[in-house]
Design a protein around this ligand. Structure first.
Ligand code: UD1
Length: 362
C-alpha cells in the first residue's frame, strides 16, 4: 500500500509524527508532502527534528495568503504531485486550508481520500476550520474519527457508512512525549524571560482568527490575560505577534511574559510545570486534559466537549465582558480531582489507522 500524507501547519505535524512512526514499522510506502503553509522554523522544522519525523519527500512552499489564495496555491501545486504518485490513499489531517486543498486535489483525480480527525464540529460557521472540516468530510471516502462524539456528528450528516472510530493520534504522541519528559529525557523548556519555573505560572496561547483579527477583541483579551493574578507564559504564534503589532496592542504587559512558540516536547514540559492553561487552541485543550492540568478556553464552543467533563476545561468566550476577576477566578480555580477516563482513545490510534487503511483496500 502506498499512502501520501498531506500536511502543512503545526498541528498536522504533531499528528503526522505517530503516523510516520506506525508506517515505518510496516512494508507500506509512506510519502510526506508538506504544503509549506507554515514555514517558520518554530512552527515547522522543530516538529520534524523534535518528533523524529522523516524530512518531507515533497515541499510545495506555498506560504501565507488569503484563504482563497492559500488554498488555491496548494491545490494547484498538489495536482501534479498526486498525479505522479498515484497512491492507494491520500491522507489529510485536521481542518486547515492544506487539509481542504489535499482533499480536493485527490478527489478530483479519483484518488481515495481518508480524513484523519474527521467529524469534529464547532457549529460555528464563521470559523475557517469549520468550513474546511465539513467540506473535507463530505469529499472523503474514509472518515477516521477520534471520538464517539465525532462519530455521532458524521452519522447525523449521513456519513456513518464511511466512518470508523480509530481514536485520537494526539494521545499517542502526547503520552509518549510526556513519559520522556517525566523521565528527564528532555532539556528544560525555553519559557519566556520572567517566568520562574519553580513558582506557579499559567501557559497561554491565542491564535484563532476570531480572537486575533478584530482589534478591539484582541486588545480586550490581552488586557484580561494581563490582569491574571499569576505570571502568564504567553507563547505567541506569529499570527498573534503580527496582528498585535498591526493594531498597536502591547503584548508585554501586566502578568504577561511573551515568548516564542515551543517545540512539542517543550510545550508538554511547560504545561506539566504549570498550574493551568488559558488558550483558544484545540490541541492544547486536549493536551492539558491528557496531562492533568486545568484549562480555560477563550472561545464560545469547543470541538472537544469531552474535556469539559469534571470541570477540567471551562469555556470563557468573553472574559473582558465578565470583568477581570471572573477570568482570574476561573483560570486559577482548584485543579479538579475527577477521573478523566479515556475519551480520546488508548494511545494506539496511529497503528489502528494504518490497519484500517490497509483493510479498506483489501
Ligand atoms: C492555521 C490553521 C488553524 C490552525 C493553525 C495552527 C487554517 C485556516 N488555519 O492557522 O486551523 O489552528 O494553523 O497554527 O488553515 N505566519 C508566519 N509564519 C508561518 C505561518 C504563518 O508568520 O510559518 C503568520 C503570517 O502572518 C500568516 C498568519 O501567521 O498570515 C496566519 O497563518 P495561516 O497559515 O494563514 O494560518 P494560522 O493562523 O497559522
Amino acid at each position: 500500500m502506498k499512502v501520501v500524507s498531506i500536511v502543512g501547519a503545526r498541528p498536522q505535524l504533531v499528528k503526522l509524527a505517530p503516523l510516520a512512526g506506525a508506517f515505518a514499522g510496516t512494508e507500506h510506502r509512506h510519502v510526506i508532502v508538506h504544503t509549506g503553509q507554515h514555514y517558520d522554523a518554530d512552527l515547522s522544522d522543530v516538529f520534524f527534528t523534535g518528533l523524529g519525523i522523516p524530512t518531507p519527500d515533497v515541499h510545495l512552499g506555498i506560504g501565507s495568503g488569503s484563504h482563497g489564495a492559500q488554498t488555491g496555491h496548494a491545490l494547484a501545486a498538489l495536482d501534479p504531485v498526486l498525479a505522479a504518485e498515484r497512491p492507494d490513499w491520500v491522507l489529510v489531517y485536521g481542518d486547515t486550508n492544506s487539509t481542504l486543498a489535499g482533499a480536493l486535489s485527490a478527489v478530483k483525480q479519483h484518488l481515495r481520500v481518508a480524513h484523519l480527525e474527521a467529524g469534529l464540529r464547532s457549529f460555528n460557521r464563521r470559523m475557517p476550520e469549520e468550513h474546511n472540516r465539513i467540506l473535507t468530510d463530505h469529499a472523503a471516502d474514509l472518515l477516521l474519527a477520534p471520538t464517539e462524539e465525532a462519530m455521532r456528528h458524521l452519522a447525523t450528516e449521513g456519513l456513518a457508512s464511511r466512518s470508523v472510530l480509530v481514536g485520537d493520534v494526539m494521545v499517542d504522541v502526547c503520552l509518549t512525549v510526556r513519559d520522556t519528559v517525566l523521565a528527564g529525557g528532555q532539556p528544560a523548556p525555553a519559557l519566556p524571560a520572567g517566568i520562574d519555573p519553580t513558582e506557579p505560572y499559567l501557559v497561554a496561547t491565542l491564535h484563532r482568527a476570531e480572537n486575533t483579527d478584530d482589534p478591539e477583541r484582541l486588545a480586550a483579551l490581552v488586557d484580561a490575560l494581563a490582569a491574571l493574578p499569576v505570571p502568564v507564559a504567553l507563547l505567541a504564534h506569529p499570527r498573534l505577534t503580527a496582528r498585535a503589532e498591526e493594531y498597536g496592542v502591547k503584548l508585554d504587559q501586566g502578568a504577561l511574559r511573551v515568548g516564542r512558540p515551543l517545540p512539542y516536547a517543550g510545550m508538554v514540559a511547560a504545561v506539566l510545570g504549570s498550574v493551568g492553561v488559558v488558550t483558544d487552541s484545540g490541541g492544547l485543550q486536549k493536551e492539558a486534559y491528557l496531562l492533568g492540568r486545568l484549562c480555560t478556553t477563550l472561545r464560545p464552543q469547543t470541538e472537544w466537549p469531552e474535556t469539559l467533563s469534571g470541570d477540567w476545561n471551562r469555556l470563557v468566550p468573553d472574559p473582558h465582558l465578565l470583568g477581570t476577576a471572573t477570568l482570574a477566578a476561573t483560570a486559577t480555580r482548584p485543579t479538579p480531582t475527577t477521573a478523566r477516563g479515556e475519551p480520546f482513545g488508548d494511545g494506539r490510534a496511529a497503528h489502528r489507522v494504518v490497519r484500517v487503511l490497509a483493510d479498506a483496500l483489501a
